[in-house]
Design a protein around this ligand. Structure first.
Ligand SMILES: Nc1ncnc2c1ncn2[C@@H]1O[C@H](COP(=O)(O)OP(=O)(O)OP(=O)(O)O)[C@@H](O)[C@H]1O
Ligand SMILES: [Mg+2]
Length: 262
């Protein structure tokens, strides 16, 4: 079975005020089909930039990747058809209803009106939004809005789902619901899930494998148990211990990568 995601030397630099920011400095990784991958790293490590490249929103400066069997550079449309993406900052219109958001999204994917109406009902059922369809999006709680973001990303039945900090700001109950949802997507549809999080307990509970990035590079990868043993000193260490040993930072400390002069 080919990998769901494979990258080689994926790199992205930004020009900012006559300086170059090396946001992603050559990332090599493989994610198997049906795997839940936790992509971890301190603020500014390059996680969102990597996700934006893998979802075709941002062109790599160099390097290659295949996503869902399609080459990122040669066939971005092929990639887009097969992936769903929930951005770090969600993107719903506050004034329109949940039903309208879901239906518009389905129409964007060229479903007919009847198909779009049916898909809206299915997604609302699957994501526990059925009672909220007539509400304007501004009247949703944070957890409900996150479920809507995910419903929209699932409209076209993608095989790979990218989630950028899907549970930030959610209460423990809503986070647990989202974990259940991610597990269900994998179990029922064999979906590959690539998610970033700053909650190490979440990474521990949910991800099959973790990739830790720091300063635009892969610092370590493996199962949670492997990282705890190798970097935290023992399998009984916490993931937080391993994370700090790897990056020298707390998972949530605010840092901004200093631009390098060119
Ligand atoms: N458009 C841009 N122009 C200039 N610099 C950028 C741009 N986008 C990102 N960067 C820089 O690239 C680096 C990586 O940013 P990125 O958003 O990928 O980090 P992240 O790992 O997602 O962090 P966080 O955990 O805070 O979301 C940061 O130093 C950031 O300031
Ligand atoms: Mg980010």
């Amino acid at each position: 079975m080919p990998a769901a995601i494979h990258t080689a030397g994926l790199t992205r630099t930004f020009r900012a005020q006559n300086r170059t920011v090396e946001a992603v400095r050559g990332i090599d990784l493989t994610v198997e089909q049906g795997e839940i991958l936790g992509f971890l790293g301190p603020n500014g490590a390059g996680k969102t930039t990597t996700l934006r490249m893998l979802t075709t929103l941002l062109a790599p400066t160099s390097g290659t990747a295949t996503v869902a069997g399609h080459d990122l550079i040669a066939d971005p449309r092929g990639v887009r058809k097969r992936i769903g993406y929930v951005a770090q900052t969600g993107g719903v219109d506050p004034a329109v209803s949940v039903r309208e958001e879901l239906t518009t999204q389905a129409r964007l994917y060229r479903l007919t009106k009847a198909q779009a109406a049916r898909r809206t009902e299915e997604l609302a059922h699957d994501l526990d939004l059925a009672g909220l369809l007539e509400r304007p999006c501004r009247a949703l709680s944070g957890g409900q809005r996150r479920r809507l973001d995910i419903a929209m990303a699932l409209t076209h039945e993608p095989s790979v789902l990218f989630l950028d900090e899907p549970t930030t700001g959610l209460d423990p109950g809503s986070r647990a619901d989202l974990w259940q949802l991610v597990r269900r997507l994998r179990e029922q549809r064999g979906m590959t899930v690539f998610l970033t999080t700053h909650y190490l307990d979440e990474a521990d509970a949910l991800a099959d494998r973790l990739v830790v990035v720091d300063e635009g590079r892969v610092a370590a990868q493996g199962t949670s148990a492997q990282l705890k043993k190798e970097y935290g000193g023992s399998v009984r260490a916490s993931l937080q211990d391993a994370f700090i040993a790897l990056t020298g930072r707390e998972a949530r400390r605010e840092t901004e990568r200093a631009p390098v002069a060119v």
